[in-house]
Design a protein around this ligand. Structure first.
Ligand code: B16
Ligand code: MG
Length: 216
């Protein structure tokens, strides 16, 4: 048996699938800037901060933009993205996500969000679960993004639980690296090549086997 006391869940890609909206918003910005941006390119942005996402999107053209232009582009992409979030409803959980959250609470664990997104609270409110969590750690609460452990360490500290007693659920490689760097149990959701470094790996949120994880 483990001494697990809390779960920290990533938001985009674990609880709900906002990746498509991120893609549409980045694609619109890319088109406006005369840059080709594909769905495959978007995969590289999974779990990556907004600024790093823009840097990856600009690629070798990065050096041609001023800081003010970068700020404007990040704000423009976010306007497009936030507008798209208006369609999210409590029906937009990824399969198994709502059940996982309820099961974690039913078994008496604390539960937090650990997301890179500055729009975390907006998305949680649209899903109807803003008040569900013991702590919310997001793109506003920490400045250093995943793969640094900061976002998960902040969540553990806010819950009053030591990092070793926390398990993180993540869909991004950077997120799994962040969980391991925080000395937490890493639960990866997605293919081996993306989250294979995690202690446990499942194809989707719906496949997560809490009993297996709790057996240790
Ligand atoms: P924002 P997560 C991440 O959320 C997304 O996966 C990533 O694509 C996005 O760039 C990042 O949030 C920042 O989002 O622009 O809304 O601040 O997976 O860590 O929940
Ligand atoms: Mg994610």
């Amino acid at each position: 048996m483990t001494n697990l006391q809390a779960f920290i869940l990533d938001l985009d890609g674990v609880i709900t699938d906002t990746a498509e909206y991120h893609f549409q918003a980045w694609k619109r910005l890319a088109e406006e800037e005369g840059i080709v941006f594909t769905r495959a390119d978007n995969e590289q942005l999974r779990g990556v901060s907004r600024r790093r996402s823009l840097e990856l999107l600009l690629g070798e053209r990065l050096g041609g933009y001023t800081e003010a232009q970068m700020q404007e582009m990040m704000a423009r992409k976010n306007r497009y993205y936030v507008k798209m979030l208006e369609v999210i409803t409590p029906d937009d959980f990824l399969p198994g996500a709502q059940e996982l959250l309820e099961e974690i609470k039913r078994r008496g664990f604390k539960v937090a969000i650990g997301s890179a997104s500055k729009n975390t609270r907006t998305v949680l409110a649209r899903l109807g679960i803003l008040d569900f969590f013991d702590a919310i750690s997001d793109g506003h609460t920490v400045t250093v993004a995943k793969p640094a452990p900061d976002v998960f360490l902040y969540a553990a500290n806010a819950m009053g639980i030591s990092p070793e007693a926390c398990a993180v659920v993540e869909d991004a490689q950077a997120g799994v690296e962040a969980a391991l760097a925080a000395q937490m149990i890493a639960i990866g959701v997605g293919p081996e090549e993306r989250v294979g470094a995690a202690h446990y790996r499942y194809d989707s949120t719906a496949d997560i086997d809490l009993d297996e994880i709790l057996r240790g």
